[in-house]
Ligand binder design. Structure first.
Ligand SMILES: [Mn+2]
Length: 290
């Protein structure tokens, strides 16, 4: 949709003005969505988030941070062969993310389909915890003959960090077999119905106690939010979270956060509101990272 964003805004994430070498945080995009099973188009996510990012003031009075004071580099999008399959792209993302992590910089992935998050998690040692915001369990061992399918991402993450070091927030959709697997593997989660009734304090306590002081990687599938806030996504699922309700959780965990991603934004299906939400969330997390 050409009219969603002005055409004369820069193509990089707003306020990400540092070079790679001088940066503490590296943003990169991956325009890949080949395993999409319902509505593809998450490949448009990275650039839509970047364009939307210019809508906001660089200073946020709520966090007290001016993003211009942070050393952030926007690498752009990772190049891959247009015939590349998901395994090849996963390998590329993993080695690129590893080059960031090795230099003690914080990786921030803009997706792209959710399967890519596993590659960034794998670029860290396996002594981390992963907080996943997702409407879906994505806990299938295989889907459509692929191990790295968007429907398997949490399972691949569990393979790396261990079942007990995952927390899933905002669940409201899982196949019956998948739900049984989730229970069998004893994955900690808070579903959207429980989340709605619980206090922030209780939710934060539950998450922090399950991570037991580990460093935390946060993966956000934008479909965790109610389609009223995030209609621009491949598999929208009603009864979702209200975006402002996740901020206290992110703020409480922020001293432990070592990287994050924002995935599955598909700007073909809305007027930009999902990309604006993704960009604002990205900015908020960037502001909170130490
Ligand atoms: Mn999802």
């Amino acid at each position: 949709m050409n009219s969603t964003f002005p055409s004369d805004i820069p193509s990089y994430f707003a306020d990400a003005e540092s070079s790679f070498d001088e940066s503490d945080i590296v943003i990169f995009g991956v325009k890949f969505d080949k395993t999409a099973s319902f509505r593809s188009g998450a490949r448009f996510g990275p650039d839509a988030i970047r364009k939307a990012s210019w809508n906001f003031e660089s200073f946020n009075f709520h966090t007290g941070v001016d993003l211009q004071d942070k050393s952030i580099h926007d690498y752009g999008n990772i190049n891959f062969d247009e015939n590349a399959d998901v395994n090849q792209v996963i390998d590329q993302v993993q080695s690129f993310a590893r080059s960031i992590v090795k230099k003690d910089k914080i990786p921030v992935l803009l997706g792209g389909e959710h399967s890519l998050s596993a590659a960034v998690v794998q670029s860290f040692a396996n002594n981390i915890g992963v907080l996943s915001f997702d409407a879906h369990a994505d806990f299938r061992n295989q889907y459509q003959d692929e191990c790295y399918n968007h429907a398997c991402v949490l399972r691949r993450i569990a393979d790396h960090v261990g079942d007990e070091h995952i927390f899933l927030c905002g669940l409201r959709s899982a196949g019956k077999e998948e739900y049984i697997e989730l229970k069998k593997h004893n994955i900690s989660f808070i579903d959207t119905y429980t989340f709605h009734e619980a206090s922030n304090k209780k939710i934060i306590e539950q998450i922090t106690s399950s991570f037991n002081n580990r460093p935390i990687y946060v993966t956000i599938d934008i479909d965790v939010f109610d389609p009223a806030y995030a209609p621009g996504t491949g598999t929208p699922e009603p009864f979702g979270l209200n975006p402002i309700d996740v901020l206290p959780i992110l703020d409480a965990l922020s001293p432990k956060i070592i990287g994050f991603d924002v995935m599955e934004i598909n700007s073909q299906f809305d007027y930009g509101q999902t990309a604006f939400l993704g960009a604002k969330l990205t900015r908020h997390l960037l502001e909170m990272l130490s």
